[in-house]
Design a protein around this ligand. Sequence first.
Ligand code: PLP
Length: 415
Amino acid sequence: MSALVSTIQAGFDVEKVRGDFPVLKQKVHGKPLVYLDNAATSQKPLAVIEAIRKFYEVDCANIHRGVHELSQRSTAAYEQTRVKVKQFLNARTKNELIFVRGTTEGINLVASSWGRKCVKSGDEIVVSGMEHHSNIVPWQILCEEKGAKLRVIPIDDRGELLMEEYEKLLGPRTRMVAVAHVSNALGTVNPVREIVEMAHKAGALALIDGAQAAPHMKVDVQALDADFYAFSGHKLFGPTGVGVLYGKSKLLNAMPPYQGGGDMIRTVTFEKTTYNDLPYKFEAGTPNIAGGIGLGAAVDYVNRIGLDKIGAYEHELLAYGTEALSQIGGLRLIGTARQKAAVLSFVMEGIHPHDIGTVLDRMGIAVRTGHHCAQPVMDRFGVPATTRASLAFYNTTAEIDALAAGLTKVKEMFA
Ligand code: PLP
């Protein structure tokens, strides 16, 4: 608690920040909302809501095509987001950033486009045992099509990757290593720099699923040397339906288009189509323009607060929550990695997670229950589901206290 106070004194005022999020002001079932489902999607600050509203109220037009004023304005605002994301991820150029629907589409784009061209029978793709289904299934589809093999880095009881097993999996057949930066089900922060380096040494590429990392920590794709990095706008306090795939330009340039249609072409005849330059080669059809503009506002918002401050505050909140939940008898945390971010996943003896979630909801507390789109993680820990409280920088110690009190009540009810 005292550490939290010190963070607040160091310039992070959680109450002030909460004022930026209208949704947090409501009551649910007569109780103040305690929103602890941030890993599923995070809430949106007014700055994002207003950027979207301004687009529809003032600037609404299709982009890249019109010479008229509204189209110029909307194109400029949309493309400005690309520049902001370039700085946010420290990409070399803005052309290495492809707008997609979210992390899932980013990974599917690579599996489909790069995979179609570069993977053949007998090749191997390495994923980890803690991946979200979005970073498993696209590779499985590719492996099935090509006769390639999916190999899996195992995890230990804490929820950390077994790096020596990873090393053993790497070999001349490895084409791609695709791993989460942060696990959505366990909160584990993976040593992605090392993972990428080992993949490269084996002659493979590395894709990092940054869905749960981008909202919580500074990401530098050049320092990571990741070949591809994907994240979702809606987990970064931005709108749904928009996200970004970063890829090294030499790789993206060599890849075939993902989808065909408007914007991704240079010339079309019935005999032959030539494709546009990066990033447009991968952006077929009218995109989520309002979403892209909203994402730019979200990046600005997060930058204004500062990811260092966000990370430090959340770290203390996580420590506070870990301690609070550890006091509850019969509660077992799933995921106790030494490097963790923002996730408290747990089971309670004799009580189904759906019952826990339902009772907490009546108290105004929103948590996620289920397999969190990571069924192999549940299998690894021998549980069908967990309850997951996932944190954002607008959560407070009082909300953690409310969660702990709610869980104590749940325990009494089901005793
Ligand atoms: N990867 C991870 C680690 C996630 O947590 C999620 C969503 O929860 C995804 C991928 C998929 O993200 P989206 O549904 O935004 O595409």
